[in-house]
Design a protein around this ligand. Sequence first.
Ligand code: ATR
Length: 279
Amino acid sequence: MMVKKVGLIGWPVAHSISPAMHQAAFQALGLHDWRYELAPIPPDIVRQGLRALRDEGGFIGVNVTIPLKQAVMPYVRPDEQARAVGAVNTIDFRDNSGMNTDVDGFLDDLAAHGIAVAGERVIVLGAGGAARAAAYGLARAGAEVIIVNRTFSRAQDLAASLASSAGLQHITAQTLDEAAEQGARLVVNCTSAGMWPQVEETPWIEGVPFPAGAAAYDMVYRPSVTRFMRQVEASGGQAIGGLGMLVRQGAASFARWTGQTPPLEVMFGAARAALASSG
Ligand code: ATR
């Protein structure tokens, strides 16, 4: 039996729940010759690492995580979406293409929760890679995007960069006070504040009223309920954690590599179990 290998590159990758999620999906579909393996690659040898996995390792494709999502760009053929986001999270070595399934994972999960963003104001908290993917996806879906960040100049830079590189309108930077006062349909946390083990942090400054009627999406999935989500719920808003985005970006990668419809419920179950057992 010729084993078909895919996996995860990053530095480090040890605590990922992706292997559990993908292995469960392979098993559910009877894809017994497929394996999902962790492949740590230090940032200074990305090019050699990719070549080794493809040429000697026999890998069909990989997921890409921190800190390599930007670093792999010169060595693959990024599709339009990956180029606009400036980051690749999925590679298919068969044609050396690079994709970004984080964007669709996020938009699909919003839709699954009944949140439509077209024509709505959406506040994006953060100005790093995760915020860039979210702002791009939201603007593409027709939202008016307000970027808010602890370091305001980075919010301004991100808004300007998306407007010029991706040709997206309706992306501006505001302070948290301004943005909150003007209201929004949705607030998305794309910062690392509140992520385990810094569970007491939050990107929402205490004392700033949460916009009435707004829902919140927290890209953080560990812990499953963050301090930010508790703040939102205390003010009467709906708060959604980031597990669904994680599962759906993985499902999109799985579909690309295997050509099969991903078993979403199996992947959700495996992801929840892996998170529960890792504390
Ligand atoms: P990524 O690529 O994963 O988005 P990043 O580029 O390091 O990571 O960006 C992290 C984001 O989280 C930044 O927007 C950062 O704010 P600054 O630009 O001011 O550094 C934000 N962030 C991290 N910790 C935070 C905290 N405790 N409160 C608010 N924002 C925080």
